[in-house]
Design a protein around this ligand. Structure first.
Ligand code: DHE
Length: 584
């Protein structure tokens, strides 16, 4: 049964004066507590599972080094990458968490480190020991490990990429026209996270057309401008390029671009459709431009460099979201730790021009406004959104979202009854949804300010979703600790957002899926091409039943439940048309 609920606090209609727009002024960062405690926001830190598997040698020993065997060091290294590196950095130089280089760790000593790991800190360090997440022996091991130099994982340059690169079906051997009867534009590419696969599901019949092996824990899918090629990237930085024209869609090229990655995109500018692909990695810190037909690596660029404001060198700035401009032949690349947004001009990659925009640190994900001219992206650990004008190639604004840890995904575009076009983001750390004005022409006073704050189900939200033809805004909360909350979705009616206290409807998605085992989390709404259905993943443990629930966008009733034993840990879903045309 759906329930109607009133937002528990009055929605705030913010005036221009109330919303703080820092325009191009980067200073005044309000430091959030570092870290990752036990709240949803902090449990959402990268777990570098691939790097943790790389064999590590104990770096050159010095007098006074703690005694540790090779296997112990390897074990500690794996724990470090899986649990600590997301915040403290691969090289232990610090990211959202503190630096843990030996000059610092030896200064505080073994006992201090052991207690810190055991009990955590109010600033956000989890209590790994007392929570039972690490045994006493593991804590002891980790405290000793931190007194030794870190073992830097290997670089991944052109020789390694070329070695991993395979063209399975050469372009000349591929079909010259579509050979299947799939309605490609309404196909969904669904991440089967723990299976290392994606499922291609037909948007009309809900039939699983194929399941394709990919890299480890695929993160996102993106579609080439023509709609023919689907590119997926695993956390292990493996890209599969799938030809959707083949009788049975299959991988036609693959490559590994590093050891840890999250983003892939293709060139969309007129005249460059399907010409290039780009992928960014967490390790090594770099991005690579590839041939759009074969994934041949053409140009690798490191992102190591100065942090935008402090002008201090950062050795491992990770590449987060990448989008493709619709106005210029440019990729827009978020570099997390240096806080820079790069506009990478692909019109002449031999003489590559990169515009470096100072934005804010810890850039993560983002998407376009409804005109596709402005790219809004969250610097999530700083509670801010940076706005880039992709037509002029410059920073338009940086604003506070007034919530804790914004996490928009690609965000959602709504036509607000009072403020016109707005873009929405929810938050990991609280229940707020910020609506940001995006119309500098007709609503100049509200542009790039938070015009309204909504209150949804609770903290732990990852994604919001709407569609140009829909009157609904969906807000998930998969990381909320409460099973009822993480198993539901809140829906606001866009045309009623002018009310003093906008109500939202709660959709009990897990209940609709009929799954009673485990604690499945409902994550990431995605519309079909027409915009009359929205699909939610019911993401359960690997050995338990998961599902996709299809909701009728008009009635907010369940329309279909996709259950299939091949549907293992479904998370992200990418409708071909909406993804390639940036409709959200
Ligand atoms: Fe994601 C997008 C990074 C955990 C599902 N995720 C992104 C993007 C980045 C990112 C940089 C933007 C890519 C782009 O647009 O080019 N994600 C990370 C992490 O570093 C983090 C926090 C931890 C990690 O170890 O990877 C992380 N992400 C998760 C999950 O646990 C999720 C919920 C489930 C999963 O499949 O792993 C998850 N991330 C997603 C999804 C998107 C995404 C579904 C794309 C959303 C969209 O609508 O575009």
């Amino acid at each position: 049964m759906t329930q109607i609920r009133t937002a528990r606090r009055p929605a705030l209609l913010a005036s221009a004066a109330l919303a703080l727009v820092l325009a191009t002024t980067p200073a005044m960062a309000q430091e959030k507590p570092e870290g990752h405690g036990s709240d949803p926001a902090s449990s959402y830190e990268p777990s570098l599972t691939t790097l943790g598997q790389i064999q590590a040698e104990i770096p050159g020993r010095k007098p006074g080094d703690p005694v540790m065997t090779g296997p112990e060091y390897q074990k500690a290294n794996t724990i470090y990458f899986e649990r600590c590196a997301g915040c403290h950095g691969v090289l232990r130089n610090g990211a959202t968490g503190k630096a843990l280089t030996v000059d610092l760790t030896r200064d505080v000593g073994f006992e201090y480190l052991r207690d810190f790991i055991t009990y955590g800190s109010p600033a956000g360090m989890p209590n790994w020991g007392t929570s039972g997440e690490m045994t006493e022996e593991d804590v002891d091991l980790m405290a000793r490990y931190l007194l030794l130099d870190p073992a830097p994982p290997p670089e991944f340059g052109m020789p390694e990429m070329r070695e991993s690169w395979k063209v399975l079906v050469a372009p000349e051997d591929r079909p010259t026209e579509k050979m299947n009867d799939i309605d490609i534009d309404n196909l969904f590419s669904v991440t089967l996270r723990d299976a290392g696969q994606i499922a291609l599901i037909d948007g009309a019949s809900y039939e699983i057309k194929s399941v394709i092996d990919t890299g480890y824990a695929v993160h996102i899918s993106r579609i080439s401008a023509s709609g023919r090629y689907l590119l997926v990237i695993g956390r292990d930085a493996k890209i599969n390029m799938i030809d959707l024209w083949m009788e049975e869609p299959a991988t036609v090229a693959e490559i590994k671009v590093g050891s840890e990655a999250r983003s892939v995109e293709t060139s969309k500018m007129k005249g460059f459709e399907d010409k290039y692909a780009i992928a960014g990695s967490y390790w090594p810190p770099q991005y690579v431009i590839m041939d759009g037909d074969t994934l041949e690596p053409l140009k690798i660029k490191s992102t190591r460099g100065m942090i935008y404001d402090e002008q201090v060198f950062h050795p491992e700035p990770r590449v987060a979201a990448i989008v493709s401009s619709h106005f210029r032949p440019e990729f827009i690349v978020n570099v997390k730790e240096t806080g820079k947004i790069l506009l990478v001009d692909y019109s002449d990659i031999q003489n590559l021009k990169v515009t470096e925009i100072e934005a804010e640190r810890f850039l993560h994900d983002g998407g376009f406004d409804s005109t596709k001219r402005y790219f809004l992206t969250a610097a999530n650990a700083r509670g801010r959104v940076a706005v880039i004008d992709t037509k002029e190639g410059e920073l338009t604004a940086i604003l506070e979202t007034d919530g804790e840890t914004p996490h928009p995904g690609r965000g959602a575009n709504l036509d607000h009854p009072v403020f016109g076009p707005v873009w929405a983001t929810s938050h990991l750390g609280d229940d707020t949804v910020a609506l940001i004005g995006t119309d500098p022409v007709n609503h100049p006073d509200q542009a790039w300010t938070v015009v309204q704050q909504l209150y949804a189900l609770g903290g732990g939200s990852l994604f919001v979703k709407s569609h140009p033809t829909s009157d609904h805004l969906y807000v998930d909360a998969p990381l909320n600790p409460d099973a009822e909350v993480s198993g539901s979705v809140a829906v606001f009616k866009v045309s009623e957002l002018d009310q003093e206290e906008p109500e939202y409807t709660v959709l009990p998605i897990v209940e609709w899926a009929g799954i009673t085992e485990g604690q499945p989390r409902v994550v990431q709404g995605e519309y079909n091409k027409e915009g009359n259905e929205v699909w939610f993943s019911v993401w359960n443990a690997r050995d338990l039943t998961s599902a996709i629930v299809v909701v009728d966008d008009k009635t907010l009733e369940p329309k279909h439940v996709i259950k299939d034993e091949r549907l293992v840990t479904p998370t992200g879903k990418f409708n071909v048309y909406n993804t390639r045309a940036d409709v959200y």
